[in-house]
Design a protein around this ligand. Structure first.
Ligand SMILES: Cc1ncc(COP(=O)(O)O)c(C=O)c1O
Length: 408
């Protein structure tokens, strides 16, 4: 009998893999041998497995000073936050341990700064699994708790991309803001690029229109880059694709490449200045954990030195081309309805459930996350173009085998 809970499943249905090694874009399991890691564990191992530089930074920090209270001044904290300020163009960081915790603190900071309470998000969005973050998002994972959550305020999703100017999505945004009363809205929180809710491309007026609404009404724009940040979409941060500057950013996952738990809320100079004279009602025990900070510094150095955002862009283009071919290949009989994404944050929309295809891939050497009829392809950013072709071959074969099995 196991004494650990597995997440997002009835325990009887959990089929954990036993992992005993990991290197680059693959990990080794006792059950299936080496597997391509198309989920980067939890969409976080952006630098790849077994990265010596990150490990050495962490080991050095463990030897020097593995623990320090939240309000101790440490070089590693100063260095990391200076690097994050430079990368994000924002000014000051609040450092927590996990993504949802950071989103909650972003909500608190937005409420303290604006004196308003409402938070607006997109209908199909995920911002974490705590009650407050389930409360603002629209992901199906809120369902068991929905009856006891305060009503969420959602704008429509910007897809399928509507024709005309402004897009239907922008009209929905204006309607929601007018209906709720702009003077009551503290923040609009958006994923830089939406993750397991579909990876659909927003229309070009998506981000600029939100920025304009926020500017007009003194609402803060919060960019949740927990999934899409740190090179995943072929840019350091996904919102760079739309050229818009947020007031707050939320960072997690790839911040440390998953080597240690750490998350961050980055805030603009104006928001930071507010807390010069107003109390910051926020804090956690593991605030700015020194080993997490060392891991994050190491990860940032690896992303820059190995030019991993650029690489994700290039290798993502290889996958995009291969997936496009799959959607048009006659022998796949239209099984791939759509192939979309940015960089190494990609998704195949199928005309059938994805689970049997993911099960087949596990036998063939790839671990691929899925939801309903969507397969997600999010490998570590160190994946090479040659490896991308191997992965694409495996995916195409698994879809073809599924079609043949269904016909037999
Ligand atoms: C966009 C986004 N926000 C927030 C979270 C929550 O992060 P965590 O699971 O670290 O709490 C996630 C996790 O998948 C996410 O994708």
């Amino acid at each position: 009998m196991s004494h650990i809970f597995y997440t997002w499943t009835a325990q009887r249905h959990a089929h954990p893999l036993t992992v005993d090694a990991a290197e680059g874009a693959r990990f080794r399991t006792r059950e299936h041998g080496w597997l391509w890691d198309l989920e980067s564990q939890t969409y976080n191992v952006n630098a790849g497995h077994g990265n010596k530089h990150i490990q050495e930074r962490m080991i050095a920090q463990i030897r020097e000073l593995p623990v320090a209270g939240p309000n101790m001044r440490l070089d590693v904290r100063e260095q990391l936050t200076a690097a994050l300020a430079e990368r994000t163009g924002l000014c000051r960081a609040f450092l927590a341990s996990g993504g949802a915790e950071a989103v909650e603190n972003a909500i608190k900071i937005a409420r303290l700064y604006t004196g308003r309470s409402k938070i607006v998000t997109r209908r199909r969005s995920y911002h974490g699994a705590t009650l407050a973050t389930l409360g603002i998002g629209g992901d199906p994972r809120r369902a068991p708790f929905a009856a006891d959550l305060p009503p969420a305020i959602h704008i429509d999703d910007p897809y399928p991309v509507p024709a005309g100017e402004p897009s239907a999505w922008v009209r929905s945004l204006h309607e929601v803001v007018e209906r709720e009363g702009p003077e009551t809205i503290a923040a609009i929180v958006l994923e830089g690029f939406t993750g397991t809710n579909g990876m659909q491309h927003p229309p070009p007026d998506f981000w600029p229109a939100v920025r304009a609404v926020c500017d007009r009404h003194g609402i803060l724009l919060v960019d949740d880059e927990i999934f899409s940040g740190f090179g995943r979409t072929g840019r350091w941060f996904a919102r760079e694709h739309w050229g818009v500057k947020p007031d707050l950013m939320v960072l997690g996952k790839g911040l440390t490449s998953g080597y240690a738990p750490l998350s961050a809320v980055m805030v603009s100079a104006a928001v930071a200045a507010h807390f010069d004279d107003h109390k910051l009602w926020c804090g956690v025990t593991h605030y700015a954990h020194p080993v997490g900070c060392a891991a994050a510094l190491g990860a940032l150095e690896v992303y820059a030195e190995e030019r991993l955002p650029e690489r994700a862009d290039q290798v993502g283009a290889v996958l995009a081309q291969r997936f496009q071919d799959m959607s048009q290949r006659p022998c796949l009989h239209g099984a791939v309805r759509d192939a979309r994404g940015l960089g190494l944050m990609r998704c195949l929309e199928l005309d059938r459930p994805a689970a049997p295809i993911a099960a087949r891939l596990l036998e063939r050497g790839a671990y691929v996350p899925y939801r309903d009829n969507l397969l997600f392809i999010c490998p570590p950013l160190c994946l090479t173009a040659e490896e991308a072709h191997i992965v694409a071959d495996l995916l195409a074969d698994a879809v073809a085998e599924n079609i043949n099995a269904a016909r037999a």
